[in-house]
Design a binder for this molecule. Structure first.
Ligand SMILES: [Zn+2]
Length: 341
């Protein structure tokens, strides 16, 4: 019985679950508000937004009869898809319903099905005009079985919940705007998932993960952001009086150069080869080269370095190197003993 409730809702938009074979985006679908179940409506919206929009040429001649008349992007009158509930109530859903004995139903034949009413002739003409010419001349003979509704190339019977979930997630994905921001700043840099994952791979510490998140999403509050928020008088670095871009704050600023030289020195000893940290390595972490264990160690060091810079610039600390040493000791980062002599 419960399965029948959604079916009765769906049938008000066309019988045989015609809506599942629809080819129109949810926002253009007329009559969706007839479905009073919020859940079902959202499900249908997600479904519609995942459908492939076909063209007239994509529809084979044997499939013409199964094309929905209502809410079909290819059947439009004055550029709008059609939706006439009383035709649906009388069982007219697909083009096959209008094509019998090798020809399209005449107005009089339709009137016998729908019943006489004032606007019927207008509706009949609107529909017949809206049917694409190629389909009208081919006719819509009932040749084959109606296709099973499919979603991203898979018919209903073969779905798994993870398949649907993955497809819906993919549809909803929007590229973060910050990707263009970094691509402009660092031409040639690949903003790969590895960059987002750096902090999740190298530390379990929420504070460090949040810091990484803010930096890579360009929402870490340097003086530029603080000024925009009305929390600082100037957008320049308090130490160097140059504009406080992210890369200045963490890398170029005179007050932090010593720290990075110190860290380079320690990390070079650890990996047994000279290591130079570039601006990108410090902003995003190291995402290529080395094995993952070493990369994670390097990135943990770099993140702690950035945390110290943040604390030093906005806190009450007098010695950045000492602060860094304390933070490292507190965390007992793996190669501490090897890097320390
Ligand atoms: Zn500075």
């Amino acid at each position: 019985m419960w399965a029948k409730i959604p079916l009765s809702y769906l049938n008000s938009l066309g019988n045989n679950m015609a809506i599942l074979r629809s080819n129109i985006r949810a926002k253009d679908f007329v009559g969706l508000n007839k479905i009073c179940s919020h859940f079902l409506r959202r499900a249908i919206e997600a479904w519609l937004d995942g459908m492939k929009i076909a063209t007239v040429d994509d529809v084979g001649t044997t499939q013409i009869c199964h094309q929905n008349i209502w809410n079909n992007i290819l059947i439009r009158y004055k550029n709008r898809p059609l939706f006439i509930p009383r035709w649906i109530q009388k069982g007219i859903t697909s083009l096959g319903d209008l094509f019998q004995n090798d020809q399209w139903l005449s107005y009089n034949e339709v009137r016998e099905i729908i019943g006489h009413s004032g606007g019927l002739l207008f509706e009949y003409n609107a529909i017949m005009n809206a049917i694409p010419l190629a389909w009208k001349t081919n006719g819509a003979e009932q040749i084959s079985e109606p296709p099973n509704p499919d979603f991203h190339g898979k018919t209903i019977s073969t779905w798994t919940s993870s398949f649907v979930r993955n497809k819906l997630t993919a549809i909803r994905y929007r590229q973060p705007g910050v990707i263009n921001f970094w691509a402009n700043k660092y031409p040639g840099l690949e903003i790969s998932p590895r960059i987002w994952e750096v902090a999740f791979k190298c530390t379990k510490e929420t504070r460090l993960r949040v810091l990484h998140f803010k930096i890579v999403h360009n929402i870490y509050p340097t003086k530029i952001l603080l000024q925009k928020m009305g929390l600082a008088d100037s957008s320049n670095c308090s130490y160097c009086n140059t504009r406080d871009y992210m890369e200045h704050f963490f890398y170029h600023c005179l007050t932090v150069r010593n720290l990075w030289t110190h860290i380079e020195c320690k990390l070079s000893t650890f990996i047994g080869a000279p290591l130079e940290l570039y601006e990108r390595d410090i902003i995003f972490g190291i995402t290529t080269g080395y094995n993952s264990r070493i990369r994670n160690c390097l990135n943990a060091y770099i993140l702690v370095g950035k945390l110290c810079i943040s604390k030093y610039k906005y806190g009450q600390y007098h010695d950045l190197l000492l602060l860094f040493q304390n933070e490292i000791n507190m965390r007992k980062l793996k190669f501490q003993s090897e890097a320390d002599d």
